[in-house]
Design a protein around this ligand. Structure first.
Ligand code: MTE
Length: 316
């Protein structure tokens, strides 16, 4: 299941019932951090947080979230380190408060938001999504976030806007690989077509498992696009630009034949050095048996129409 409504979510499915009960409280605390005065739908006993979900026909396979400890300790954050343990530790040095995000380019109302103001204007939701890394492993992540479309609409995109570019923070003082200019061109950037950015599944995450987003997972603000490989889900976003032309993006620029602009999960398009046909599921301390990778990571019903006229082998 992609987006859980109150009727269909089973408390025991995500974590133990006690933690589930605490979750509303924790998310309230999150909002207290990000801005007082915001009255989300779920704040009232009669109006659950899942009330404001987009309407649609969402598929029904059940997902069991990967344990939080694994999500927090198996991270890719190359500004800090090229291995998953060190990036987790070193990311703790990033200062994330205060934080502002500039939205500019082809918009009627270019705006620099304090993060608190941005979140206060949005409706937070929990989204339990599959997360598939191009390296061949996967998790299931219960994000807390808000619709990117809703944010973009608030700055009024101009009709010539076609692409959305995201830029991560540039902090060489605390990010060792930015200091040494290692491997990639910094800051990390990513991009989507505007229609992909406006899709109801695309969110900006500020939380995980009902709590604030851990720094190593991209705090305070990261993109989540569940039908694309994980490298599109850029962390620590400071700038969002609406553009007429497709921009260069970090991985596409570094290795265009390995990492396409689209990066839609596709079992039929192998990475030049490995198959993408199946994935190791990160479900416990050890990887559980491999799972057959699904086209669009299982979200085809919702997103395939975006690519109706495209040869997915060419636009990978
Ligand atoms: N964003 C930035 N700024 N820097 C990164 O190195 N890694 C990407 C993506 N976003 C990355 C990033 C990759 S390769 C993946 S798979 C996911 O973040 C990993 O997200 P996670 O560490 O929360 O699992």
């Amino acid at each position: 299941m992609i987006i859980k409504t109150q009727k269909s979510i089973a408390a025991s499915e995500i974590t133990d019932p006690l933690i589930f009960k605490q979750r509303r409280q924790i998310i309230k605390s999150l909002l207290a951090i990000t801005g007082a005065g915001f009255a989300p739908a779920w704040a009232s006993e009669n109006k659950p947080m899942w009330d404001n979900l987009p309407q649609g026909d969402f598929s029904t396979h059940e997902l069991t979230p990967t344990p939080l400890e694994l999500i927090k300790n198996y991270t890719n954050y190359y500004e800090f380190a090229f291995n998953k343990e060190d990036s987790t530790d070193l990311a703790q040095h990033l200062a994330i408060d205060p934080w502002s995000v500039e939205i500019s380019g082809e918009v009627e109302k270019p705006t620099r938001f304090h993060l608190e103001d941005m979140v206060r204007q949005q409706t937070l939701e929990e989204r339990i999504y599959r997360f598939r890394c191009v390296e061949g492993w996967s998790m299931v992540v219960p994000w807390v976030g808000f619709s990117l479309a809703s944010l973009l609409k608030s700055v009024k995109p101009l009709s010539r806007a076609r692409f959305v570019k995201f830029t991560s923070v540039h902090e060489p003082e605390v990010m060792p690989n930015q200091r040494s200019n290692a491997m990639l061109t910094w800051p990390y950037t990513e991009a989507l077509r505007l229609d992909e950015a406006m899709h109801p599944l695309t969110i900006l995450a500020v939380g995980l498992y009902g709590d604030v987003l851990p720094k190593q997972n991209g705090a305070p603000l990261r993109l989540v696009v569940p039908w694309k490989y994980g490298f599109k889900s850029i962390k620590a976003i400071v700038k969002i630009e609406l553009l007429e032309k497709p921009p260069l993006t970090t991985w596409n620029q570094a290795a265009p034949h390995d990492y396409g602009f689209y990066a839609n999960v596709n079992p039929d398009v192998p990475h030049p050095r490995w198959s993408q046909n199946s994935e190791r599921q990160l479900n416990s301390r050890f990887f559980t048996p491999r799972r057959q990778t699904e086209l669009f990571n299982g979200y085809g019903e919702q997103v395939a129409s975006l690519y109706r006229d495209m040869d997915l082998r060419h636009f990978f």
